[in-house]
Design a protein around this ligand. Structure first.
Ligand code: MN
Length: 234
């Protein structure tokens, strides 16, 4: 069968510590909202609500290879492009109604991602009770660094997550401060959707979100998982 249009290209993320050309093809991108107490508070909430989720289209993923500096074009319509550094889980085994106790068997590995957000548009949509996509789901809105397999890294409650902008620390926390833990996130997501290999789950951002402008250099990291360098360009 021949396509009547060029086939869309799926995002494919390089993998560290495997064969040189090993990669992880992306199916869907799930994101958890307000999953660190201090961030929920800075957004005007108590930090104790049940988890909620949104998605980004897979083609919003901006792959940044090891040792490279990605280039994100400042997006249209916004005057307030915010950074949100997040630990990302990469699903290797699908399933639905996955119990938290079994959840980590479904995780292939991890990466460092940025949930880039047109905060002014998101705020406007929230106020009007409309969907958030225009604030969250747009081209290059999900930069991500190389993935590492769960076997090749260890994440503990003390694992540090950090974001620097132009060398200055803007966000700094530890994974133990997630309100909903990684197994709990998978339990909740898989009640609502059937997870499949290739799904990514952005686990939420700690406090310190703020705006960036063209020219800024972002350096995101999760200890033992990896890092991601991103330049904002016009
Ligand atoms: Mn986020």
């Amino acid at each position: 069968m021949s396509h009547v249009i060029p086939a869309p290209r799926a995002a494919v993320i390089p993998v560290r510590g495997e064969a040189a050309d090993a990669s992880f093809p992306v199916r869907r991108v799930y994101c958890v909202g307000r999953n660190y107490v201090e961030h929920a508070i800075e957004m005007g909430f108590t930090g104790r609500e049940p988890p909620f989720f949104f998605l980004k289209p897979a083609d919003n993923v901006l792959v940044v290879a090891e040792g490279e500096t990605g280039r994100m074009h400042y997006p249209s319509l916004t005057k307030s492009l915010h950074h949100e550094v997040e630990l990302v889980m990469a699903i290797g085994k699908g399933g639905r109604d996955i119990a938290a106790a079994d959840a980590m068997d479904h995780v292939w590995g991890y990466g460092v991602g940025l949930d880039m957000t047109r905060r002014d548009l998101q705020g406007q949509m929230k106020k009007e009770g409309r969907p958030w996509e225009i604030g969250k789901s747009f081209e290059q809105s999900a930069p991500i660094g190389p993935l590492v397999s769960a076997a090749n890294c260890s994440i503990t409650p003390d694992t540090k997550i950090e974001l620097k902008v132009n060398g200055e620390v803007r966000q700094s926390s530890v994974i133990g401060k997630l309100i909903w833990s990684m197994p709990e996130i998978i339990e909740h997501v898989s009640k609502a959707w059937t997870l499949e290999p290739g799904d990514l789950i952005f686990t939420g951002t700690p406090e310190g979100v703020a705006a960036v402008v063209a020219g800024d250099l972002l350096e995101a990291s999760v200890d033992g998982v990896g890092s991601l360098r991103l330049q904002i360009v016009d």
